[in-house]
Design a protein. Structure first.
Length: 59
């Protein structure tokens, strides 16, 4: 292709393709990280994920 050696073509095309694949795998495998990082207060053990305690922390 374009008179270039096959190794050069593999490097020019292969590295960007691997980078795109890596980025897509990382993107799809980390979609739920924001939900996993939610810190619940100590008294919210039985609360549903994302539930907020009452104002002032009084139940």
């Amino acid at each position: 292709m374009f008179g270039l050696p096959m190794a050069t073509i593999l490097i020019i095309v292969g590295i960007p393709l691997l980078w795109i694949a890596y980025t897509l795998i990382f993107f799809f495998s980390t979609r739920g990280w924001s939900r996993e990082d939610i810190e619940l207060p100590d008294d919210a053990d039985d609360a549903a994920p994302g539930a907020r305690p009452a104002a002032g922390g009084v139940s």
